[in-house]
Design a protein around this ligand. Structure first.
Ligand code: ARG
Length: 489
């Protein structure tokens, strides 16, 4: 029977995928591990190069670990989530070009400062803006949750908030905003790489950068401070800063000056996909997207199956009233809230303080979410089967559950196959929000390339084409399966 074959296939695929995944989630917790969190969109302090998080902050923390016998573990996340990650104990230290502010001091402790910086204004060369006082009321881009964000809001206008500095710069390049307010070092990097931009000469404010540590970890803070003092005294800190500033200039973001359309296209393709093996972000992201989608759909089908059977049985026989109620609550809550909010709740609240593989979090969130929709799809399949069949089964002497398993469900599943296929397509694309928990899925892979090359077109189109190809291939497979089932009738 085809259904058994295909559930066998799913089971097999599931086991293989789990086997691939498990070594990642069973990471043993070592005592000496130092968990650092950062937002790697901020060169030269932290950026992703060749798939690794590199820059001044990772280097300083690496040196700190070396001097104190820790093993460094770096996790990338949204800038706005860093302080909370330290506060909740999810991370030991946040190192991310973080400015010392009174507000932040209420939540976490800061180390001694390791450098200082300014907030600078970047504009297009042809914009006609000459000085800071002309900025009032203009459209100004910032990175969400940064001190630049706060400064603009308090002194200039309601800012346009972007997830990272590179996106804000892209908005400036394409004329969506009139200026961008950012920390001085990244501003210099962005302006050097974009000849059509320049900086206003006067800084808006001067700030100090420090590392954030939980208020419950005075021991760690003390060790960190004394190591930092040593690194300042012996010149290591200065070396790290200078080396990284130099390295950032050599990263390949394309040659300017191509005039022909074909030439420009070739250079764009090279910079976005070939240079520094950037295609790997798409490739790795693609594997992760597929993995999350497949595992989630398996979980979704399992949950959906159970929920649908409970709900239909309760409706038809009056049994399982309590379970039925639980299922109804589950359906209401899951279908009544956006999946991105569910993902964030699972990541930051439910697994807030534990070190857990993000793929597991994503699979849990998407599987749980999909289960609710699958449940209703399967239930509609069950309801589509004539009640006479149930009665026929029972009068042949089969129990209710046997009738369900051998007569109703196989037919129901066949009826809902197109709807289930559709659910998988929706789910596959829905996983593109995984970037919210800094999981490097396909969409995020495109984002990373975009943040390095300041080119929106190429990475976005490439990402779109990959999703499209997968969906088309899957639709084709589904059509073949449907055809086979029809023949079997
Ligand atoms: N210094 C600014 C702040 O603390 C911006 C830091 C942004 N850092 C980053 N890695 N994106 O708010």
């Amino acid at each position: 029977m085809d259904f058994r074959k295909c559930s066998g296939f799913f089971l097999f695929a599931g086991i293989i995928l789990l086997a691939l995944l498990l070594p990642g989630c069973g990471r043993e917790v070592q005592k000496t591990k130092l968990r650092m969190v950062t937002n790697a969109t901020f060169p030269p302090y932290e950026t992703i190069r060749n798939g690794r998080i590199v820059g001044i902050d990772p280097d300083i923390m690496q040196e700190f670990c070396k001097r104190n016998g820790f093993e460094l573990d770096i996790e990338n996340m949204e800038f706005g989530a860093l302080i909370a990650a330290v506060q909740s104990g999810k991370a030991d230290v946040a190192a991310s070009g973080i400015t010392v502010t009174e507000d932040r001091k209420k939540k976490i402790d800061f180390s001694i400062p390791y450098t200082s910086a300014h907030q600078l204004v970047t504009i297009r060369k042809n914009s006609g803006i000459l000085a800071n006082h002309e900025l009032k009321g203009l459209k100004i881009g910032v990175q969400e949750g940064t001190t630049g964000d706060v400064y603009v809001k308090e002194n200039l206008s309601e800012p346009q908030r972007y997830k990272d500095a590179a996106t804000a710069i892209q908005a400036l390049l394409t004329g969506k905003v009139d200026a961008v307010v950012l920390d001085s070092d990244p501003s210099h990097v962005f302006v050097r790489k974009n000849p059509s931009l320049h900086l206003l000469p006067e800084p808006l404010v001067t700030e100090n950068y420090a590392f954030a540590v939980s208020k419950d970890r005075p021991d760690l803070l003390m060790t960190l401070n004394s190591s930092l003092q040593e690194m300042i005294a012996d010149g290591t800190l200065q070396q790290i800063i200078e080396r990284n500033k130099k390295e950032n200039d050599t990263s390949d973001t394309g040659k300017a000056g191509q005039t022909g359309v074909w030439e420009r296209l070739k250079e764009d393709l090279r910079v976005n996909f070939v240079a520094e093996s950037r295609y790997l972000y798409l490739l790795r992201g693609f594997v992760i997207t597929l993995l999350i989608a497949l595992l989630s759909v398996l979980i979704g089908i399992m949950i959906g199956f159970v929920v649908a059977v409970i709900r239909s049985t309760a409706d038809q026989t009056g049994k399982f009233q309590l379970l039925n109620l639980i299922c109804k609550v589950y359906l209401t809550v899951i279908r009544g809230t956006p999946v991105v909010v569910q993902l964030l709740i699972i990541y930051f609240v439910i697994f807030g303080a534990v070190d857990i593989n993000k793929i597991v979090v994503a699979v849990a969130a998407f599987g749980l979410n999909s289960g609710a929709y699958v449940a209703e799809i399967i239930r509609s399949g069950i309801m589509s089967i004539d009640r006479g069949q149930l009665e026929a089964g029972r009068s042949l002497g089969l129990s209710y559950s046997r009738t369900m398993c051998w007569i109703i469900l196989p037919q129901a599943l066949k009826n809902v196959l197109p709807a289930l296929g559709n659910e998988f397509i929706v789910l596959l694309k829905e996983t593109s929000i995984s970037g919210y928990i800094a999981l490097e899925d396909l969409t995020k892979g495109g984002d990373i390339i975009r943040s390095q090359t300041y080119n929106a077109f190429m990475p976005l189109i490439a990402v779109a084409l990959i999703y499209l190809a997968v969906v088309m291939l899957f639709s084709k497979l589904l059509a073949v399966l449907e055809g086979r089932l029809k023949k079997n009738e």
